[in-house]
Design a protein around this ligand. Structure first.
Ligand code: ADP
Ligand code: MG
Length: 396
């Protein structure tokens, strides 16, 4: 008997029909997958199940079809790319429940891989409908969830099916949990969190929870604007959440009370618009022209942030330091990425745009853990228990 390790158990999967929830929510443009990172990230689990002799049936959501069949959101391009990556033909079905699926699963041989249709074509998925979950689970012997990115939502294909099948975490899920748990429970110090991105409101819970754990909190990106505004600076046309002033003040006060270092930009790159080719200036926060917007952190801020980062033994980074999609405003983000890549310690980067920035900086392989979890990673770091994790064996 060949077993595979799952959730701290040795599980015999040979000959078993395994429903494996993956996160194949990849960007697709004109039928072509623009970035296959998420597909590649699921390969260890798929290969592990194949090696154990399971019949591997994959299920995922793609985009936001809102409970209806949307032709452009079918999983067909994913099946094609997955076949290439695995080197075996991955058959794809046009449904995820019903006779056709049951028949196809029955006729599978061990090590076969099958991909079901976009589970969000059914409104019951996001409602975590019990009957729907039962139908999803019907053809299978076990359930493996490798879609950490959706673990913060109780959906039929993440939580519902676990009522009907023995449920285990996949390799990616396991790795995500281990990395994020380390950030919360056993980080080596100095521990630095670098938080940026568009909005404070997205990440307030993370800021507050991490403040208890870290030694330094470095804030950049659009989020820093709200903090600067709260300190009384005039931000001109910058992205700024006026209704989050109190929250920003509370975070700064908490940092002070806990004697934590909280750094904001001391200089910023401004322009009239976040567009290529516009004239840019570097100014201090008290010099932001009223017709301009803050679009990146300035050179002095980059130096100071990098200095703090390079002394760290643990770094968590989420959120770009500027509008890095436009080359002129990518400098701060790329410099911070490069600094984190040099850290000799445990480094974690999370968030879709932040991961794209790390790729852009060419240093993805120098980061200890790239967290593909997005919102789920953030909720985990907020200290919340994730429904899609709680229902799996061996995850406490
Ligand atoms: P992640 O996906 O890594 O979690 P977010 O989605 O929170 O990051 O934020 C990324 C977005 O924030 C990017 O599209 C970037 O252009 C934007 N952004 C960063 N800094 C600014 C800024 N100063 N003004 C406006 N948008 C910004
Ligand atoms: Mg984003």
């Amino acid at each position: 008997m060949r077993t595979v390790p799952m959730g701290g158990e040795a599980v015999d999967v040979s000959g078993k029909a395994c429903l494996c929830r993956v996160d194949f929510n990849v960007p697709i443009k004109d039928g072509v997958i623009v970035d296959d990172t998420r597909i590649r990230a699921s390969l260890p689990t798929i290969r592990c199940l194949m090696e154990g002799g399971a019949k591997v049936v994959l299920i995922s959501h793609l985009g936001r079809p809102k409970g209806k069949v949307v032709e452009s959101l079918r999983m067909d391009p994913v099946a094609g790319r997955l076949s290439e990556l695995l080197g075996v033909h991955v058959k794809k079905l046009d449904d995820c429940i019903g006779e056709e699926v049951e028949e196809a699963v029955r006729s599978m041989k061990p090590k076969d891989v099958l991909l079901l249709e976009n589970v969000r074509f059914y409104p019951e998925e996001e409602l975590n409908d019990r009957e729907f979950a039962k139908k999803l689970a019907a053809p299978f012997d076990i359930f493996v969830n490798d879609a950490f990115g959706t673990a913060h939502r109780a959906h039929a294909s993440t939580v519902g099916v676990a009522q009907f099948l023995p449920a285990y975490p996949g390799c990616l899920m396991k790795r995500e949990l281990e990395a994020l748990e380390k950030l919360l429970r056993s980080p080596e110090h100095p521990y630095v969190a670098v938080i940026g991105g568009a909005k404070v409101s997205d990440k307030l819970g993370v800021l507050e929870n991490l403040l208890d754990k870290v030694d330094s909190l470095l804030i950049g990106g659009g989020m820093a604007n709200t903090f600067l505004m709260a300190q009384g600076y005039d931000l001109g046309k910058s992205l700024c959440e006026n209704d989050k002033k109190e929250d920003a003040l509370r975070v700064m006060k908490k940092a002070q009370e806990l004697d934590k270092q909280l750094l904001l930009p001391v200089d910023v790159v401004v322009a009239e618009r976040p567009e290529p080719g516009v004239p840019v200036k570097v100014v201090r926060p008290d010099e932001i022209p009223e017709h301009m917007m803050v679009l990146d952190i300035g050179p002095e801020t980059r130096r100071e942030f990098s200095r703090v980062i390079l002394q760290a033994r643990t770094v968590f980074w989420n959120g770009p330091m500027g509008v890095f999609e436009v080359e002129q405003f990518s400098g701060g983000t790329l410099e911070i990425a490069a600094a984190i890549a040099q850290v000799e310690g445990f480094t974690v980067v999370g968030g879709g745009d932040s991961l794209a920035a790390v790729e852009m900086a060419g240093c993805a392989d120098k980061i200890s853990h790239l967290s593909t979890g997005g919102g789920a990673s953030l909720e985990f770091l907020e200290g919340k228990e994730l429904p899609g994790v709680k229902c799996l064996r061996g995850t406490r």
